[in-house]
Ligand binder design. Structure first.
Ligand code: ADP
Length: 191
């Protein structure tokens, strides 16, 4: 059976890592909007150039750009098995847009899973990652901006999914394997 999931959580919560692991466990693709933008940026595509301006400032790429990219990705054949979205939706407008994209295909989201992590830990993790990976948007002022955008635009999404009984919360503090096991457990009843 197919499983359509959204993974929510602050930058640095481990969403990206966990989305890949969970997708493998469930046999569905992990779709990361941030990774698609970074790939386009590296290949210097038009999309990458547009997105890069916002990413380097820690701001959201405009909805029309992001929504079109996700719609395109969700029309690929591998999505028939389901998907895990990582980094999308990121504001309430994108929640509505995702609903519309799925409704158009006669589909619904199964579950949004929120990875929770203390904001102090988030900054610590991101600064450590900055040293290791050298991601351009992992400098302290940009991290602070990304967290501010997260609080303002992305946090309200959890409430929207909770209101329709589609939200599960998972503690993101722990080893990668511990958190992965918690996530797999939450997915069982939905699968
Ligand atoms: P993180 O969640 O750790 O900040 P991501 O890789 O998810 O990192 O996203 C990196 C950047 O890509 C964001 O700061 C934003 O500029 C852009 N981005 C990713 N997803 C979206 C989205 N759904 N809407 C708008 N911008 C996005």
């Amino acid at each position: 059976m197919s499983l359509r999931l959204v993974l929510l959580g602050p930058p640095g919560s481990g969403k990206g890592t966990q989305a890949v692991g969970l997708a493998e466990a469930l046999g569905v693709p992990a779709i990361s909007t941030g990774a698609i933008f970074r790939d386009n940026l590296a290949r210097e595509t038009e999309l990458g150039k547009t997105a890069g301006q916002y990413m380097s400032a820690g701001q959201l790429v405009p909805d029309e750009v992001t929504n079109a990219m996700v719609a395109d990705r969700l029309s690929q054949p591998d999505v028939a098995a389901g998907f895990i979205l990582d980094g999308y939706p990121r504001n309430l407008e994108q929640v509505a847009e995702l609903d519309a994209m799925l409704a158009e295909r006669g589909l619904e989201l199964d579950l949004a899973i929120e990875l929770t992590l203390d904001h102090g830990l988030v900054i610590e993790r991101l600064l450590r990652r900055a040293e290791i990976e050298g991601r351009a948007d992992d400098t302290e002022p940009v991290i602070r901006e990304r967290l501010a955008v997260y609080r303002q635009s992305t946090e309200p999404i959890s409430g929207a999914y909770a209101a329709r009984s589609k939200l599960a919360s998972v503690d993101g503090d722990g080893s990668i394997e511990d958190v992965a096991a918690r996530l797999r457990k939450v997915c069982q009843p939905a699968g």
